[in-house]
Write a protein that binds this ligand. Structure first.
Ligand SMILES: CC(C)(COP(=O)(O)OP(=O)(O)OC[C@H]1O[C@@H](n2cnc3c(N)ncnc32)[C@H](O)[C@@H]1OP(=O)(O)O)[C@@H](O)C(=O)NCCC(=O)NCCS
Length: 165
């Protein structure tokens, strides 16, 4: 019974959440490069995953959720967290994985004693803004000409906050 349920989930490719380890660094770097025009190296990701104030969560499929469909990383200090990055693989977007990741991650951060979560998002990034609005993040500031876009233009960063608890 349990076995057939597991294979049903595997067939449907419903992702499961799991903590990230340093061994995930190459897959996380690939997902990051798929989502942002300026990528992070495997070594940079490895260093983040080794840092005890950095919290990471992955959404994956397959046995033990080994194959990552998306991830989120935050840095925590003095009861506040900053979401450093979140990305879902292009082929898996629009299926609720971003929400699953954010909701799981907010739970993870609340358990670690975080009271406020902050992040920055390009005001032109409609999918990300929709995701954060859905998860009750609210604008608390703006940084003009903050992002360098591939076409040479500069984008405004919105600073969003979500209180926990
Ligand atoms: C932003 C991102 C993580 C969203 O992941 P996702 O798995 O596609 O998101 P979900 O399927 O969970 O959708 C979450 C919400 O955003 C909305 N949304 C998703 N894609 C959208 C799009 N292209 N346009 C408008 N809204 C969109 C969904 O409708 C959903 O809202 P709903 O529940 O009210 O319907 C994904 O698009 C991504 O990896 N983008 C590249 C990296 C990036 O920009 N990261 C954010 C940096 S701040």
């Amino acid at each position: 019974m349990l076995g057939s349920l597991r294979s049903w989930f595997r067939r449907r490719r419903i992702p499961a959440l799991r903590a990230l380890t340093q061994a995930d660094a190459p897959a996380v770097a690939a997902l990051h490069a798929d989502g942002f025009h300026r990528g992070w190296s495997v070594a940079e990701i490895e260093a983040l995953l080794a840092d005890r104030v950095v919290f990471g969560l992955g959404a994956g499929h397959g046995r033990f959720a080994t194959v990552l469909d998306g991830f989120v990383l935050s840095r925590v200090a003095a009861g506040e967290a900053e979401i450093l990055t979140i990305a879902v693989s292009r082929r898996a977007r629009g299926q609720g994985i971003g929400r699953l990741l954010i909701e799981g991650h907010l739970g993870q951060l609340a358990t670690a004693g975080v009271r406020d979560v902050f992040l920055e998002v390009d005001e032109a990034n409609a999918p990300a803004r929709a995701l954060y609005a859905r998860e009750a993040f609210a604008e608390v500031g703006r940084r003009k000409a903050y992002y360098a876009r591939p076409d040479g233009s500069r984008g405004t960063a919105l600073i969003l906050r979500r209180a926990l608890g």
